[in-house]
Ligand binder design. Structure first.
Ligand code: FDA
Length: 450
């Protein structure tokens, strides 16, 4: 068995950031990855002739760690298509087009949404997203669900449904009654404020030419040949004050330190000898992945553009609660148009119980509600399979149940002997995003180097 300074488990952006930093500082590193590819929740794949961003894809201006890395790797970006009107379907079931920031709702609902946005911006401004448990109202906000908090704030149901949408279905991908108001404020603070989350032009600003998976692929390219072992799932980690030994079915790897660069839910799937301290095991039973189906629907042409539409569509009342033009502007000669849409939490539960044919029909019906009858006739239809993938089992990321962020949050990034834990799910800024993965990878590498 070869000895390394550090063994990294997981070749997602977090693990590869840590590994490249440690290697650049002269440490010997081995990265063990269960899948037969690098990138984890980033996957840019050709599916039946269409290049799709199966996992993460968008880059926003606040994500400065990701922007710096993209620049450092020499990758290029292009803006998301956004010319034309957006579509909104309200509580009355009526489809309306709009431009600018505000949904076409009544003046009273607009005022309530603005007031709630200001309130959430204020709460987020008081939070260091690395330490949400130190927020001045942390205990109170962690005891109440986000849905109940919204109900305390306003009687306007449509304002509640829209504000709830931005953090529930659209971000944590859980129903707003199942996570705390403190988790909602964390999501907002991690993106630089709630106002950023409601601004699609900000939060879904740009895409990487060739796809976002080029980031982890390029990072892996900076490591010496043989440093990343693919197709090896870590099943057991033995540890003591001297170091850790990582076991897979194919071999064992010893490091002075071991970085578990996997989502918290998958940390618990590995056997530890000796067992992790009780708080570690208990904490991760209060963390779970959200559920969202990312849909990729390609048409002969981006027909919505001819209708004066940007492709951007929202409705807390529709099956597909948000959709965007996701045409590959970076593919030369591309004449087809692709829409990306999302079905989240309880709506995803419901349609996952249907046959694939019935599910597709319901999704296309929902899109027809936004874009008209042409939406029923795609040339290609694909659902990202993250919930069925044993090395993720959900999307986009993980979050605590009600009351657990204050109870356990401060243990999230605590080392256990030679073992360190890192992933975008435990980030402050960039929480649940690639930017947070980079920050966590950098932080763990800096800690080990110190
Ligand atoms: P990640 O999960 O990527 O990596 C962990 C790695 O560990 C995986 O490769 C896994 O196979 C491996 N592993 C797990 N257990 C193991 C074991 N026992 N042994 C060995 N290996 C093991 N973000 C963003 O910034 N913009 C966006 O637009 C989106 N959109 C989006 C859409 C979808 C559908 C998803 C699923 C996610 C996003 N995200 C996103 C989130 C973003 O993709 C995510 O936060 C980061 O890629 C996570 O990187 P990590 O390295 O932390 O974990």
């Amino acid at each position: 068995m070869t000895d390394f300074d550090v063994v990294v488990v997981g070749a997602g952006v977090t693990g590869l950031t840590a590994a490249t930093r440690l290697h650049a500082a002269g440490r010997t590193v081995m990265v063990i990855e269960a899948r037969d590819r690098v990138g984890g929740r980033l996957l840019t794949e050709d599916v039946e002739g269409v290049r799709l961003e199966v996992g993460g894809q968008w880059v926003s201006p606040d994500q400065t760690a990701l922007l710096a890395l993209i620049d450092d790797l020499g990758l290029e970006m292009y803006p998301r298509y956004r010319a034309g009107d957006s579509v909104y379907i309200g509580a009355d079931g009526v489809r309306r087009t709009f431009s600018g920031e505000h949904f076409p709702v009544s003046a009273a609902t607009t005022a309530e949404m603005e007031r709630l946005t200001k309130e959430l911006d204020g709460l987020a401004a008081q939070m260091d997203p690395l330490e949400p448990w130190n927020h001045p109202d942390a205990e109170a906000l962690d005891r109440i669900s986000f849905a109940a908090w919204l109900a305390e704030q306003t009687d306007d149901a449509e304002a509640r449904d829209n504000i709830g949408l931005y953090i529930g279905p659209a971000m944590l991908t859980k129903p707003a009654h199942s996570f705390s108001a403190l988790s909602a404020v964390l999501m907002a603070a991690s993106a630089g404020g709630f106002s950023h989350l409601v601004d699609a032009d900000f939060i879904l600003d740009r895409r990487v030419v060739g796809g976002l998976q080029r980031v982890p692929i390029s990072l892996a390219g900076r490591l010496p040949e043989g440093t990343v072992r693919l197709g090896e799932a870590v099943t057991k980690v033995e540890w003591s004050s001297e170091g850790g030994t990582v076991h897979t079915d194919q071999g064992s790897y010893r490091g002075r330190n071991v970085v578990m660069a996997v989502p918290p839910t998958l940390v618990s799937r590995v056997q530890y000898v000796p067992a992790l301290p009780p708080v570690q095991a208990q904490m991760r039973q209060h963390i779970s992945f959200g559920l969202v189906i990312k849909l990729h629907i390609t048409y002969d042409t981006p027909f919505w553009r001819d209708l004066g539409l940007s492709g951007t569509a929202f409705s807390p009342y529709a099956l597909v609660h948000e959709a965007y033009d996701n045409t590959n502007e970076d593919v030369e000669g591309e004449t087809r148009g692709t829409l990306v849409g999302f079905v989240s939490d309880v709506k995803a539960d419901r349609i996952l119980a249907l046959s694939p044919e019935a599910r597709r029909e319901q999704v296309l019906e929902s899109l027809a509600g936004y874009y008209g009858e042409q939406a029923r006739h795609p040339v290609h239809y694909y659902e990202s399979p993250w919930v069925a993938d044993e090395w993720t089992v959900g999307a986009f990321g993980t979050s605590f149940d009600i009351g657990s962020l204050t109870r356990y949050g401060r243990h999230l990034r605590a080392d256990v002997g030679p073992l360190a834990f890192a992933s975008s799910d435990i980030a402050g800024l960039g929480f649940q995003h690639v930017d947070g993965a980079i920050r966590m990878g950098e932080a763990v590498a800096a800690r080990l180097l110190a």
